[in-house]
Design a protein around this ligand. Structure first.
Ligand code: HEC
Length: 230
């Protein structure tokens, strides 16, 4: 993945997304979740210590930094002194708490009810069992310290499925940090699964374990696959 450091600020964000409201990062094709949204990052409900730990370790019990955010943690925030991490975490939590977006809604309230066909769902379940379950586990609970839980994971439920498609196509490594020096990786499926299969397995994740997020379509997968070749 190409890096465009000159255009990033100290958060690794592009100027277009430094208002904390989140957005699709151009060129990189990763979605930066909103830092003020309860649904997307949920910072208002997390402790300052937990947010600071995320920036130091690259993951906590709520989320895992991947893609461009893993680079930010690995190359930048993990090296910050604890006092800076605490200051920034306090600021982020405060901002998220004050934000109007934090209106305490039921977590999945605004998400579309799935109208996905039974065929797609059973195909997704089969692919999950064959390719994903060994790491992420039958109930999506993951393995603490090794493989992230997919059940009740905000990253799985983001309206914009870009990061999910990126992860399944290209695999990935969380940030390597002092607290997590040799993170376990995820294999790429770009050669193994076609657009329909990736859409089906992601739709499976988004409709299992009480999730009610919108389905991912083969066209969405295809667009992201096509972009990378450019
Ligand atoms: C060998 C173990 C392994 C297998 C098999 C595997 N994954 Fe993963 N998965 C991981 C690891 C490790 C991460 C964290 C990667 C990162 O942060 O970049 C991850 C991350 C993810 C994420 C992002 C989670 C988040 O919080 O951002 C999703 C979604 C995902 N995997 C889905 C799948 C699907 C779908 C399959 C099957 C097609 C699969 N995984 C197969 C190990 C695995």
């Amino acid at each position: 993945m190409g890096r465009i450091d000159s255009e990033r600020n100290s958060w690794g964000a592009l100027t277009a997304v430094n208002d904390f409201s989140g957005g699709l990062l151009p060129v990189l094709n990763w979605y930066a979740p909103s830092l003020t949204s309860a649904k997307e990052t949920g910072l208002a409900a997390q402790s300052v210590a937990n947010i600071a730990y995320f920036l130091k370790a690259g993951q906590n019990d709520q989320a895992i930094a991947s893609g461009p955010m893993a680079e930010v943690v690995q190359h930048s925030t993990q090296h910050w002194p604890d006092s800076d991490l605490t200051a920034v975490a306090t600021y982020l939590k405060d901002m998220a708490s004050k934000s109007s977006q934090v209106a305490l809604k039921a977590p999945y309230e605004s998400m579309k009810k799935s109208t996905t066909s039974v065929r797609v769902l059973s195909q997704g379940a089969k692919i999950y069992e064959q390719h994903c379950e060994q790491c992420h586990q039958a109930q999506g609970q993951g393995v603490p310290g090794a493989y992230p839980a997919l059940a009740n994971n905000r990253a799985v439920l983001l309206n914009d499925p870009t990061n999910l498609v990126q992860t399944v196509l290209y695999g990935g490594y969380p940030a390597a940090t002092q607290l997590n020096p040799r993170p376990y990786g995820m294999p790429p499926y770009i050669l193994e699964l076609d657009d329909r299969e990736i859409a089906a397995v992601l739709t499976h994740l988004r409709t299992q374990w009480g999730h009610q997020a919108a389905e991912v379509t083969p066209l969405q997968v295809n667009r992201i696959r096509a972009l990378q070749g450019q």
